[in-house]
Design a protein. Structure first.
Lengths: 138, 127
């Protein structure tokens, strides 16, 4: 029942989901940035901000990408075990910071990269443990 | 600056919390339907339809919209690389919720992984 073999097709789907996942966050960030200098201090300014963002094409591009990732991810999970899929898909923990540096000109210190690597390792371990439980059940 | 960081972290933990609640409602709705066995389009459509008429699924949808709204507010004030990394906090909430609400059993590997995520978030925030 537990499928572990990663075929080329599944690998391509996983890479696509990584890239699209990164695109979602890029689009949302762009949507928020498009509002320019906007300081949200209380609830009413938050509502004004959200109204403005909701008319941004970036937000809708992001939401469409969410749907696309959902479809791709469901396809992946129907073919392969979660404990195998998540470690490959969590490549976006690296991809998002890289895109942030290249496209959004953010700066990332060595300390932060170290933190990101810790998080990535943690995510991989957590997802591997779901496979471990499945093995025990079998 | 410090206070700003704390507010941002607080908002990120709110989105993560909303995400966790959303996952719990969805999980409980899906579990209550007992979907197993063969996959085919007719069954999947029927499953989705039965899912959509559950109030819990709509609650979960409401929470994901709230989560998105707070997330956009976070992005208006924080760098994407920081916000995205810190958002992995939902792993911690989901671990706690699965352990104490769903009473799932955990392996030591899973605790280790969750611990590493905690350390990672601290490092990422230390800037």
């Amino acid at each position: 029942m537990f499928k572990k073999k990663v075929t080329l097709k599944i690998l391509l789907l996983l890479v696509a989901s990584d890239i699209l996942e990164t695109a979602i966050h890029f689009f949302f960030k762009k949507g928020a940035l498009a509002q320019g200098e906007f300081s949200v201090v209380d609830l009413s300014s938050a509502i004004v901000f959200l109204k403005a963002v909701s008319s941004s094409p970036f937000l809708w591009a992001g939401l469409l990408t969410v749907v696309a990732v959902f479809v791709i991810w469901s396809t992946i999970l129907s073919k392969i075990d979660l404990s195998v899929a998540v470690p490959i898909a969590s490549f976006s923990y690296i991809l998002v910071p890289v895109v942030s540096v290249i496209c959004l000109h953010e700066q990332i210190s060595i300390l932060r990269w170290t933190g990101i690597l810790f998080i990535l390792t943690g995510v991989i371990l957590v997802s591997l443990s779901s496979g471990e439980r499945a093995e025990q059940k079998k | 600056m410090r206070a700003g960081l704390l507010i941002t972290l607080f908002m990120i933990s709110l989105t993560s919390l909303c995400d966790t609640i959303n996952q719990l409602f969805l999980k409980s709705a899906i579990d209550s339907l007992n979907f197993g066995g063969k996959f085919n389009f007719a069954r999947i459509f029927k499953f989705i339809f039965r899912l959509l008429i559950k109030p819990r699924v709509w609650l979960s949808f409401v929470f994901s919209v709230i989560s998105l709204c707070i997330w956009l507010l976070v992005l208006s004030r924080a760098d994407l690389n920081f916000a995205f990394s810190a958002d992995s906090m939902h792993y911690i909430f989901i671990a706690l919720a699965s352990r104490f609400i769903l009473k799932e059993r955990f392996s030591s590997l899973r605790w280790l992984g969750t611990g590493l995520i905690v350390v990672g978030i601290i490092f990422v925030s230390l800037n």
